[in-house]
Design a protein around this ligand. Sequence first.
Ligand code: PLZ
Length: 447
Amino acid sequence: MTDTLLPSVTDLPQERRLVTELPGPRSRALMERRAAAVSAGVGGTMPVFAERAGGGVIVDVDGNSLIDLGSGIAVTTVGNAHPRVVERVQRQVADFTHTCFMVTPYSGYVEVCEALNRLTPGDHVKRSALFNSGAEAVENAVKIARAYTKRQAVVVFDHGYHGRTNLTMALTAKNMPYKQSFGPFAPEVYRMPMSYPFRDGPHTGAEVASWATTKMEKEIGGANIAAIVIEPIQGEGGFIVPAPGFLPALKAYAEQHGIVFVADEIQSGFCRTGQWFASEHEGVVPDLITTAKGIAGGLPLAGVTGRAEIMDAVHVGGLGGTYGGNPIACAAALGSVEAMEEEDLNTRALAIEAIMRERLEALQAAHPEVGDIRGRGAMIAIELVKPGTMDPDPELAGRVSKAAHAQGVVTLTCGTYGNVLRFLPPLTIPDHLLREGLDVVAAAFDA
Ligand code: PLZ
């Protein structure tokens, strides 16, 4: 089988190579320093410290080369240290590092907004604003929707994840670890049922949408809702792809009642699913889209993009922040977009999906614990259950993930029940490494 090697793959050998046990001695020493210096509240997936990364590997401080099936939680879509990103960032950092866009603006910010306006679905007139993190983008989308509609209520969904700030904790469904002991949470947030095909039995997307819209109508009143905020494919919630018809029905309800439809594409956007945005798979044109993660090749940048009349409804000075749209992060974003277009990374995401599905279907055939395989493009997950039941098996997900880590494969779990293994490889991963990574995961099931 031939390998796909994108021009961007670095000089780092694209191989899994274990030269010590994991974690090795240097990582262990750094873990001790971490424990003494870093708040215990900051979580950790693997006790392995990174030194370099690129293509499909992360090389640790002991010289082990790990297969990256996580992309730093869906961020390094163009791969780590992509040459286009490195080149533009190096130039920018030498020219100037910060002026504050609100004080003396610079062209990179405008160019990123132009790119977002061009790449997001819909041919209406658009505007964008830039921020530092996904949570900040979601908060601002809500601020903008409230200012535009002069309404307060915000609708979110079961299993949804939108961030860790006070408002976005309220928007997020799962208590542990995101919300526990951090209340009180922001008011005027209402949670609706989410289409979850694996767990919905015979109910269609349209039916679940009608439960949600009826609940909205009866419990809030459409005329009081500022925004419906939804991930077109849920990320942290378990890579839940709603059944066909669910998103279009919600969008139709939003249109009917003058509600701003906000797609949180922070995890699902920017070539991850084989389209620029996951909304496109269902032909849904959101009023506002939030982006972050994959847009800037690893630098902190986030955006809100949407209809000009909504984005411009905020008073002058109502949006901003010291670092929002920092020039270095903007340079990285322009490099990422260039890489995505030049290397046709949407097509690459679909090729990765084909490889992942084939391997995971074979795994499912041999292991009844694999209840569901789902996702799109390079955003694929398996949901683990106790065989013959629908009971979530988070212990198994944890064990398999740990076993993969010990063998040098970076995997992540997710899901409300913690029983979902998710795969988010950088799109620059060579085929042979992707296959090897999945084989290691499969071997963990056999063991
Ligand atoms: N919206 C859809 O996926 C971030 C969270 C990791 P920030 N997801 C990773 C963790 O445990 O903190 C995310 C997302 C969606 C919003 C966010 C928030 O983005 O950049 O982490 O603030």
